[in-house]
Every structure is written in C-alpha cells, then in structure tokens.
Design a protein around this ligand. Structure first.
Ligand SMILES: Cc1cc2nc3c(=O)[nH]c(=O)nc-3n(C[C@H](O)[C@H](O)[C@H](O)COP(=O)(O)O)c2cc1C
Length: 172
C-alpha cells in the first residue's frame, strides 16, 4: 500500500530577493509556477513560505514521489543549506486541495517566531515541533488565491461571472 508522508524542510535562498510591496517576489513566483505544474502531475502538494531570505516548505503525498521531488528540490542552486526539519507518516494531507499553497503571512510568522523566543525568522534552527506548529498555522491561513479544487471545478471562474443572487461575485 502507498504510504502518505509530510516532509518539512527549510533552506536559505541563494539569490538576493527583490523587495516587493505587493504580490510575490519574482524568483519565488517562478518557483511556485514550476512547483504547481510538476506537483499536480504527480499528485503531491504542500505549502511554501518565503521570508527574510529563507524558504520553509512542506511536501505531502506518496513517500516515494515526495522523496523524488525532495531530491530534485534539494539539488536546486536557487537555495542552499537545505535541511529536513520533520518527516512523518500522516493519515491525511493537510494541503490536499493545493499543488503548492503560497502563504504571504509575514505578520503571523513574526508573531510565531517572537512567541518562541527567536529574534527573527530562522527556520534552519527550528525543532521538529516548531516546524509542525508553523505548518499547522499555514494550514489555517486563507491564502488569497483559489485552491486547486476550485480552479479544477471551474467554480472560481464561474463565480466571478455570476451575479451575487446566483452565488457569484459580479457586480460588487
Ligand atoms: C525553494 C524551492 C522549492 C521548490 N519546490 C518545488 C516543488 O514543490 N515541486 C517541484 O516540482 N519543483 C520545485 N522546485 C523546483 C525544482 O528544484 C526544480 O527546479 C524543478 O522541479 C525542475 O522542474 P522542470 O524541469 O519541470 O523545470 C523548488 C525549488 C526551490 C528552490
């Protein structure tokens, strides 16, 4: 039988991030696009956070497929010091609706690290329990984007066209 796992790692970006006031940093946006295209093809998913020059990512899915993806990701020259923080067998995927959720939640992360006695976001230092707690926090966050399930069903696109009385958002 297939075994479902969640692998959480952190790494340091090898590029200098372009400051953005809105939206996603361009190099991160490219990574996100690649991740979504590839992950949806092999039925894995997860969540990605980028802050203070560090990546923090969870990959969920079949053990073998996640391991293969991780090997490829870890060898990517766009980051270094790639460090596994947690690897667990799980009963369900937390991010089942996402090929790769992106969480632009700097305030929430700032509060999280402060509460745990860190001066800044230093995910390479995280204990397994801290990594898991941050993943749970990301699970609770709304992302501002449509999850794959809405994109697939066409509901998200349809909603924008439908008037409100039919459950849409047009005319707001
Ligand atoms: C921080 C980071 C996260 C990444 N996450 C994923 C991912 O979830 N899935 C994936 O396929 N590639 C991911 N990549 C990209 C891979 O390292 C690699 O470039 C890509 O899979 C190559 O695919 P392609 O040959 O289709 O372009 C990530 C790269 C970085 C630096």
């Amino acid at each position: 039988m297939n075994e479902l796992i969640r692998l959480v790692y952190a790494s340091k970006a090898a590029f200098r991030a372009v400051p953005v006031t809105q939206g996603v940093e361009p190099s991160v946006a490219r990574i996100l696009m690649q991740s979504r295209r590839n992950n949806s093809q092999v039925n894995i998913g997860g969540v990605l956070y980028f802050g203070d020059g560090y990546f923090f990512q969870a990959l969920e899915g079949d053990r073998k497929v996640v391991n293969q993806a991780y090997q490829r990701i870890a060898a990517d020259p766009r980051h270094r010091e790639v460090t596994i923080l947690s690897l667990k067998t799980v009963p369900d995927r937390l991010f089942a609706d996402w090929s790769m959720k992106y969480v632009p939640v700097e305030q929430a992360v700032r509060a999280f690290v402060r509460d745990r006695g860190y001066l800044r976001f230093e995910p390479l230092q995280f204990q397994e329990e801290e990594a898991e707690a941050l993943i749970k926090l990301f699970h609770q966050q709304r992302s501002g984007e449509a999850p794959d399930i809405e994109k697939k069903s066409g509901w998200f696109g349809l909603r924008a066209l439908l008037p409100r009385k039919f459950g849409g958002s047009a005319g707001r």
